[in-house]
Every structure is written in C-alpha cells, then in structure tokens.
Design a protein around this ligand. Structure first.
Ligand code: PGA
Length: 247
C-alpha cells in the first residue's frame, strides 16, 4: 500500500518525516532505522536532533543501517557517508555509535564487505523503517537504472548523471568517486516500512514517473510500488502542484 503525503515545502516534509520516525521509536525503542545520505534527509536529521535535545525521542536503543558508501573514501574523509552521518546526526543524538552501520568503502576485499553487510542486515535488521531519497534518474541507494531488482549489497559503478548530481557536494565533478557499495534493491525491499522523501522541482520528473506505478528496471524506485508499506512525503514542488493550488 502506498500512502501519499503532500506538504508545502522542505521544512514541512522534514517535520512529517521526523514525526513518523519519532512515533516508530516510541512504539519500539530498539527500532532499526535504515538511513540515507544526500541533501534530502538533512532537514529530517536536524528535526530529530532537536527532538532528541528536547527529550521527545530516545535513540539509546536504536540501531541504524545506512544504504551506501563511496568506494575509496575512508571514514575520516569529509565526503564519505560515514563522516556525513556522524556530522549530520550521530554526534548530536544519544545513539551508541557502535550500533550504527555504514558499509566500509576502503576494504581490500569489497566482495567480502558486501557479504558482511548483507548478513548484518539479516542479523540486525531488516530495518523497521527505511528512509529513502530518490535520484533524478530513479535510483534508490546507489541502485542505478538497469540494476537487478533481485540484488543484495553490491559494488556499483555510478552513472554520469549521478556523479553530476553529487558533484555539488565536492569541489569538482572529477572528485566524485566512480564506484560505491550499495544495499541492493532486494535488501531495501526487506524493510518493514519505507519512507521516501522528495523535495523541489529537480525531483518532479522522477516523482511523476514513480507515481505512474509501472515497474521498470530502468527506473529502480518503481519497484517500491510493490512494497506493502510505503509512505511518500513530497513537497508541492516535487509533486508538481503549482503555487496557490491545494494539494
Ligand atoms: P539528494 O539525493 O537527496 O541529494 O537529492 C537523493 C538520491 O540521490 O538518492
């Protein structure tokens, strides 16, 4: 079942996402959260940090499993996703960092790391709630168009469009790593509930295609429509509602 929530803007999207996550942790203090990086969830993380500061949510028993990591960037690299998660969330809430998991992008044996991560998802997870953004090309995690819908954690080569989209986080496009480790589509689909966020005109085409509801291997997010419990929180710009019209 897909639940669609349309809100005015990025701030409202982030607040609604925070409310759903807080409610989930209230219901189950040892919740396993699947987490994402990128521009989209930063506002949600800010809201969660605020809620934690006000003691309205307790992360002490929560575990987190992140979707992906760039290959070649170690945990201390400011553009690595482990670093992002530490700075945008983990350092500012009462989570035990030992209970936070991000794939390691600098392992010698990347296949082994993929297998380790997938068994970790089995052992600790699957996530009760998986937070997702969506790429302009429909990727989820780093599952790029054409990825197998049956994939588990694996190494991917990033498409030029993803490297261009992510260049805004680096000094130049050339600095964006060419490969990443990502949870696979099958790994993501194991989550109990999926919460996908999208904000801004940049995402409008991808959202329109997602809402068409047709599963297409060239548009990986489309598989989510087959998941039994998906919530989409979209702001008006991503949904395509013109200013002044009701959602
Ligand atoms: P963004 O990325 O949140 O930075 O837009 C989303 C994604 O690529 O999955």
């Amino acid at each position: 079942m897909v639940q669609l929530i349309i809100v005015d803007d990025y701030k409202k999207m982030s607040e609604r996402a925070k409310d759903i996550i807080v409610h989930q942790i209230d219901k189950k203090p040892e919740t396993v959260l699947g987490l994402a990086t990128g521009g989209t969830p930063i506002g949600t993380y800010k809201e969660l940090i605020h809620a934690n500061g006000e003691n309205t949510v307790d992360f002490s028993k929560v575990s987190t499993i992140n979707l992906d990591e760039y290959i070649g960037l170690d945990e201390e690299h400011p553009k690595s996703y482990r670093y992002f998660m530490k700075n945008e969330l983990f350092l500012h809430i009462n989570i035990d960092e030992a209970n936070t998991y991000v794939p390691k992008g600098t392992c010698e044996d990347l296949d082994k790391e993929c297998r380790r991560y997938e068994s970790l998802i089995e052992d600790i997870g699957p996530p009760d709630l998986q937070l997702l953004g969506i790429g302009e090309n429909g990727h989820i995690g780093f599952n790029e168009p054409g990825s197998s819908m049956e994939s588990e954690t694996h190494v991917v080569e990033l498409t030029p469009s993803t490297r261009t989209a992510n260049a805004r986080f680096f000094n130049t496009k050339e600095e964006v790593p060419t490969h990443a480790i990502t949870m696979g589509i099958r790994s993501i689909m194991k989550s109990e509930r999926i919460l996908l966020l999208a904000s801004g005109k940049r995402k409008r085409k991808a959202i329109a295609r997602l809402l068409e509801g047709e599963v297409d291997v060239n548009f990986p997010a489309s598989i989510l429509m087959n998941h039994p419990n998906v919530t989409l929180i979209l702001d008006k710009e991503a949904y395509g509602v013109e200013e002044g019209n009701d959602a």
